[in-house]
Ligand binder design. Structure first.
Ligand code: NDP
Length: 633
């Protein structure tokens, strides 16, 4: 395995773990503090506080595609397909590659962007990099033979890799870019879906696979006056290099002499802020909640060791990563990063109590070790940031998995620059945005550039975020069916929506390595469609009882996480402090991921397809993909 860690930072991670093990923690005091910090940030408007950015709403100007501002003209298409795939990120690309490999190639990929890449198409902000090791994040490395340059790939490398997948598996020929699905309807007589797009296309597809993305709809903060600002302003996922100069590697030369404000200190803000500090005259970070920062330890791939890895290594690594991060063991995990360091730290706490079965003892041990880990990360802030006031503001107070942790060797260090100010806007929130800048309390902070690093819409329903509704059997609308949360057998199939596969985080699983989940879903779907093709079957639908049982099992498995999330500081993991309501990443999931993968694999091997009804062939069409009788081909 390529040991790529930078020695200094790797030992920092180890010393954080070692120190945390020695720390004496006052659990009650910290609990109290965490509660107070959570309450201070709770906004009764919940997810409703944000303004989602959409091509069709008042914030559409923030949605402009900076990478392909012009729409390539083309005539509308009318096609009959075996499979229509919505989304050209890792989900859609993964499904397409598995299907093409299985010989199912009468398919189309419809994508809003002008190329493949999904999240990595849009997010090209300065400093963009993956925060999961590229060796387990980039799918199908063993098949493509691609060797990531570094332990953590740049966004540019990931985007290029998506293009490579598109070229290697011939998916470009099947792609329709700059096209947005606007509606999907099941045609019972034809046993197909009619899919309409904003380019006037009509696709008649036997099967639809959708991965409309979880980070696909950016959002602005719910602060009045966003439109009043007279300087330059944009969202990080639509970075405006005309304003900043430079590129994704930095060198933002047009910020020289300018005053820049940035709202948001999540995973994106953590990567962007050091780049801004290097270039701009003055940078003000408006921070509501700090992110925990652990060392990153990036470094180049050791190509020799990489080449020597035994076949099957990638899935094995993905699985051990998921095992250690969900405390199922995996202590032999070859990955040495902040995720696994925390996992090992928690596992050590469990080993100390000597019993993994007593739930109360287990919960107490995990809490104490979590709080100690948190404390040691706060100590790291003190050791790194020289100004005690700044250090105090940058310290986080919530349990580790309340929010996505950050990994950076430059973020905290950047706050030692005198041009970088951090303002705590948790107790006194940003009041408004004016033509000149941002008002907090009695002070107006004048700015030339205002950047929104305020994340993505995860608080609305599936259909709102996707931007289209699906009309299934008997006129059933997905918007209605999933009004309070998605329900999907194996996270993929929903009753009354035959032949439609929902990829992503429906009722699947949570893992920091989201790409690994998408691969498993692609494998599963391809297996089903291959089986159906062999048997000439035309429809697949989950049985009601199986879906109900899945729902019950998911909620049961998610109960401990749901309880923990209720205690968490608000964020998209807990639906901004309201985990009981619809929550994309919250309690509505089958955990741990690796157990979901095993369950799916066993179900496939078993071959009985229990819980789903596979039917056909129908009398009217000899095989899927044939022209329909009405000649719409
Ligand atoms: P997040 O949702 O994580 O962060 C949004 C930020 O905006 C938070 O700090 C939030 O504060 C802040 N915010 C929102 N409204 C206001 C307001 N009114 N006033 C002040 N602050 C406000 O979005 P990101 O884009 O940072 O990250 C989204 C996800 O994308 C990540 O969690 C990660 O999964 C993924 N990602 C992955 C990367 C990778 O390397 N693989 C890199 C970047 C992103 P508060 O917390 O208080 O709500």
């Amino acid at each position: 395995m390529p040991r790529t860690d930078v020695t200094v930072t790797r030992s920092e991670l180890e010393s954080i773990a070692a120190n945390a093990r020695r720390l004496q923690i006052d659990v009650d005091e910290l609990r109290e503090r965490y509660r107070a910090e959570r309450d201070r940030r709770f906004n009764p408007r919940g997810s409703g506080q944000f303004h989602p950015i959409a091509a069709t709403n008042e914030y559409s100007r923030f949605d402009r595609d900076p990478w392909a501002p012009e729409i390539e003209p083309r005539p509308p298409m009318t096609e009959t397909l075996d499979v229509l795939i919505i989304g050209g990120g890792f989900g859609g690309l993964g499904a397409a590659t598995r299907l093409v490999k299985a010989g199912i190639d009468n398919l189309r990929v419809v994508e809003v962007a002008a190329d493949f890449g999904g999240t990595w198409y849009w997010n090209r902000y300065p400093g963009v990099r993956c925060d999961i090791e590229s060796y387990i994040y980039l799918p199908f490395l063993e098949e493509t033979g691609f060797v990531p340059a570094d332990k953590y790939s740049t966004g540019g490398e990931i985007l290029e890799y998506c293009r490579l997948l598109g070229r290697t598996f011939g998916i470009y020929d099947k792609a329709v870019f700059q096209t947005r699905v606007v509606g999907i309807e099941w045609l019972n007589a034809e046993q197909r879906y009619r899919v309409a797009t904003d380019r006037g296309d009509t696709f008649l597809a036997r099967f639809v696979i959708t991965q409309s993305g979880i980070f696909s709809r950016p959002q602005l903060p719910g602060i009045p006056g966003i439109d009043d600002f007279e300087g330059d302003s944009f969202h990080t996922s639509r970075w405006d290099y005309d304003v900043t100069g430079g590129d994704a590697t930095g060198s933002l030369d047009r910020l020289v002499g300018r005053r820049v404000g940035i709202i948001g200190t999540g995973a994106t803000g953590v990567q962007v802020i050091p780049q801004l500090a290097r270039a701009a005259d003055r940078v003000i970070v408006f921070q509501r909640t700090p992110t925990y920062i652990a060392p990153r330890g990036n470094g180049p791939t050791d190509r020799e060791s990489f080449a020597a890895l035994a076949p099957g290594w990638q899935q094995q690594w993905i699985d051990t990563f998921d095992r250690i991060t969900t405390l199922l063991d995996g202590l032999n995990c070859p990955i040495n990063d902040g995720w696994t360091a925390f996992g090992r730290h928690q596992a050590a706490a469990l080993q100390e109590i000597g019993s993994r079965l007593d739930p109360d003892a287990r919960a107490a041990a995990l809490e104490a070790s979590d709080l100690a880990w948190n404390q040691e990360l706060r100590n790291w802030v003190d050791r790194t940031v020289h100004d005690p006031h700044k250090a105090a503001v940058l310290k986080a107070y919530y349990r580790t998995h309340c929010k996505r942790p950050g990994f950076s060797d430059e973020y905290l260090e950047a706050f030692n620059s005198p041009n970088l100010t951090v303002l705590d806007v948790s107790a006194t929130p940003i009041d408004r945005i004016t033509p000149k800048g941002v008002v907090v309390g009695d002070t107006e902070y004048e700015l030339d550039v205002l950047i929104h690093a305020t994340g993505f819409d995860l608080g609305h329903t599936w259909t709102e975020r996707a931007g289209y509704d699906v009309v299934g059997r008997n006129g059933t609308r997905l918007s209605e069916r999933w009004r309070t949360g998605s329900v999907a057998f194996h996270g993929l199939l929903a009753r009354d929506f035959p032949n439609m596969f929902f990829m992503g985080v429906t009722q699947t699983s949570g893992t920091p390595n989201f790409a690994g989940l998408l691969v498993q879903q692609a494998v599963h779907i391809a297996h089903l469609l291959e089986h159906m093709r062999r048997h000439g079957s035309t429809t697949i639908e989950v049985e009601q009882a199986a879906q109900d049982e899945w729902q019950r099992m998911v909620l049961e498995r998610a109960a401990p996480r749901a309880a923990a999330l209720a205690e968490c500081t608000p964020g998209y993991f807990n639906n901004e402090g309201e985990p009981g309501k619809t929550s994309v990443l919250g309690p509505n999931r089958f955990a741990p991921a690796v157990e979901l993968y095993q369950l799916l694999a066993k179900w496939r091997e078993d071959g009985r397809f229990e819980g789903v009804r596979i039917a056909g062939p129908e009398p009217r069409a000899a095989s899927s993909g044939e022209p329909l009788p009405d000649g719409t081909d």
